[in-house]
Design a protein around this ligand. Structure first.
Ligand code: CP
Length: 306
């Protein structure tokens, strides 16, 4: 039995196989319509979500399976004090595979250690969000035709943004990747990412505070919101929240084939006027999330189509 807890749980070769399957699913939806007939996905969301939970549900329904679950801790027995470990033992009796989001770092690992079914980490605190990373990789791959040989700008809350941490882990495995890390000094990427991931892999990167100064050299710009829910201090959040706003003027500085991604939800960091720019690909990215989750469910359940 396999789980997906970290973006590194799949090798580069396995990741490529999964992306190829997702591409085929996009082209041939009907071929996959009954792969999961009679199977159930449980979505255990102890934290709010729109895209991750609903794209998982859409993915399982598109494969012919069914879904059950809860969308907040308050509507589960976690509100009565039940542990993640006990919750997952119950869920193992009710479903074939589950996706869990929890505010505590490491919670998906705890769940996997007690589970009798495959567990997918759908976001654990400020730590990792591996299915968002698979979504990001599929989006970049579909736009650029490869995952290496590019300069990726990561902009916004690089301290608490788990999507950024997971994406860095995944991309350092490809040749010719460079990063420009654009953040306020208070929200720099954590030391463990800089030292244990970037430095350890000999990756070229620069840290900057000014987005305009970076625009010209980027092939991908990955915007992120300031993660209000991870701040201890509301005043600090209010000071940071509009630090970056990508608008039409800044887009003029970028290459013709520089694409803008964002895991969403967006707050203020991308002006809505950018949505009409053909290089804005964040809604395409959200769509890729369904195909990649369909491919992931099939892979973890060991299902194939002739
Ligand atoms: N990108 C993402 O994780 O969005 P949700 O929080 O809406 O699931």
């Amino acid at each position: 039995m396999r789980h997906l807890l970290s973006p590194l749980d799949f090798s580069v070769e396995e990741t490529q196989k999964l992306l190829d399957l997702a591409c085929d699913i996009e082209k041939n939806r009907s071929k996959y319509a009954h792969v999961c007939d009679g199977m159930k996905l449980a979505t255990l969301f102890f934290e709010p979500s729109t895209r991750t939970r609903l794209s998982f549900e859409s993915a399982m329904l598109s494969l012919g399976g069914s879904v059950l679950g809860f969308s907040s801790a308050d509507s589960s027995s976690a509100a009565k004090g039940e542990s993640v470990a006990d919750t997952i033992r119950m869920i193992s009796c009710y479903s074939d595979i589950c996706a869990i989001r929890h505010p505590k770092e490491g919670s998906a690992f705890v769940a996997a250690s007690k589970s009798l079914i495959p567990v997918i980490n759908a976001g654990d605190g400020g730590h990792q969000h591996p299915t968002q990373t698979l979504t990001d990789l599929l989006t970049i791959y579909s736009l650029k035709g490869e995952l290496g040989n590019m300069t990726v700008g990561l902009c916004g809350d690089l301290k608490f943004g788990r999507t950024v941490h997971s994406l860095i882990h995944a991309l350092v495995r490809y040749p010719g990747i460079k990063f420009v890390l654009i953040s306020p000094p208070e929200l720099r990427v954590p030391d463990y990412i800089r030292e244990d991931v970037l430095d350890a892999h000999g990756i070229e990167y620069r840290e900057m505070t000014n987005l305009e100064d970076a625009m010209e050299e980027l092939d991908i710009l990955y915007m992120t919101r300031i993660q209000r829910e991870r701040f201890f201090n509301e005043e600090e959040y209010l000071r940071m929240k509009d630090y970056y706003v990508l608008d039409k003027e800044k887009m003029k500085l970028a290459k013709e084939d520089m694409y803008v991604l964002h895991p969403l939800p967006r707050v203020n960091e991308i002006s809505v006027e950018v949505d009409d720019d053909p290089r804005a690909k964040y809604f395409r990215q959200a769509q890729c999330g369904v195909y990649v989750r369909m491919a992931l469910i099939m892979t973890l359940l060991g299902l194939e189509v002739e």
